[in-house]
Design a protein. Sequence first.
Length: 206
Amino acid sequence: MDNKSNGKLIALAIGGAALMGALFFGVSFLTGYVPAPNASVILTPLRSFMGWFLLIFCASLIIMGLGKMSGAISDKWFLSFPLSIFVIVMVMFFSLRIYWEQGRTTTLEGKYIRSVEDLDAFLNKKPTVSDVPPAPAGFDFAAAKTLVDNRCNKCHTLDSVKDALNTKYKKTGQVNLIVKRMQGFPGSGITDDEAKTIGIWLFEKY
């Protein structure tokens, strides 16, 4: 295979990667994809597209390389061919495990969550910010739990929104925001004093 043919194959890989990357990225908008609000409206979609492009392009190059190697296999390749495949796999593994340190979820401290252990540690850590007052001395947590069970389980079970409450709102100090939303829902029956009690219990015990 001459250099001209190699150039055509590389151009085909680049064109195919660009086309498939644009296709997958375009289809993602049908799922309700919205660029992250803390990043550039232009940069975030561009980074997503480059991710698709590099994934497909690198896969194309690997397939081309293996195809050329398979065409040159002889009795002398019985060891070097499987070793080459092993090296390619190891490079891919270490690039994913070591080089790419960023995760998909970022905490308020700027740290990345990349494993179940990191997520458990994040969830078990007590929030450092809160929009509800601290529990006063002698606060009756048992009575507060009964109040929460009676008021907060009318429209849905509290456990059904536990993950969203603990990660999206409680960790960012917005418990009172959720309580006010429940209070404003027609038929909730939550008074202002009950809202304070519910907020304290959710922050301290839930």
